[in-house]
Design a protein around this ligand. Structure first.
Ligand SMILES: CC(C)(COP(=O)(O)OP(=O)(O)OC[C@H]1O[C@@H](n2cnc3c(N)ncnc32)[C@H](O)[C@@H]1OP(=O)(O)O)[C@@H](O)C(=O)NCCC(=O)NCCS
Length: 166
């Protein structure tokens, strides 16, 4: 596979983001979260309204595509804490994981943040998600362990990981 491109998503492409999330979350989280929490989080964080609001407030969404088909996405929030861009979401469809699309998106995030004079990137990752080893491979380090209440008695048990630019 080749000829991948990264494009900035506009509101018309929110449906692509939702489809990728719904195709990727069960494979990623069904061994980590209860079915109830998984459904709750998808409903909370991947409704059209919620994603539109995040785009409107200035969060940046990018899609990786091949021949017009969307295969993965990420969401960035510059200056979520002073000088640092937060990578809120990074998901690649299960059938194309391992083909360096995650690395492609993350390298784009680094480039965008550096161009905006940011000092680094940070993110939350579930402590039991093997994706944390992907982030380690790309140079992120764990800076904090957090348990965040997200409503309905559900918690996100996360590591915060950070990459400082040189
Ligand atoms: C995590 C994810 C974004 C990585 O993207 P990907 O396209 O599958 O990974 P890549 O092919 O770009 O891998 C890049 C490098 O990381 C390594 N890597 C990827 N996943 C890894 C893992 N679980 N453990 C260790 N290393 C890993 C690869 O071996 C590769 O190394 P190399 O370039 O030196 O050969 C993707 O697998 C995914 O969407 N997973 C499910 C959703 C998820 O957990 N997202 C993160 C939420 S915080």
């Amino acid at each position: 596979m080749s000829n991948f491109s990264i494009i900035k998503a506009d509101p018309d492409q929110i449906e692509d983001i939702i489809q990728i999330a719904y195709a990727t979350w069960p494979a990623t989280y069904s061994a980590i979260l209860s079915p109830e929490q998984l459904s709750y989080m998808l409903e909370q964080f991947y409704s059209k309204t919620h994603l539109s609001e995040r785009m409107q407030k200035g969060n940046l969404f990018y899609l990786v595509q091949q021949a017009g088909a969307s295969l993965g996405f990420m969401e960035l929030e510059p200056d979520e804490k002073p000088g640092y861009t937060k990578l809120h979401k990074l998901y690649v469809l299960p059938e194309v994981q391992g083909l360096k699309l995650g690395r492609l998106l993350l390298n784009e995030a680094i480039m965008i943040a550096q161009q905006a004079q940011q000092k680094g990137l940070f993110l939350n990752v579930n402590r039991y998600n093997k994706a944390l080893h992907f982030y380690e491979k790309l140079g992120f380090e764990c800076t904090e362990t957090v348990d965040i209440h997200i409503g309905n008695g559900f918690y996100m048990n996360d590591f915060i990981m950070q990459l400082n630019f040189k």
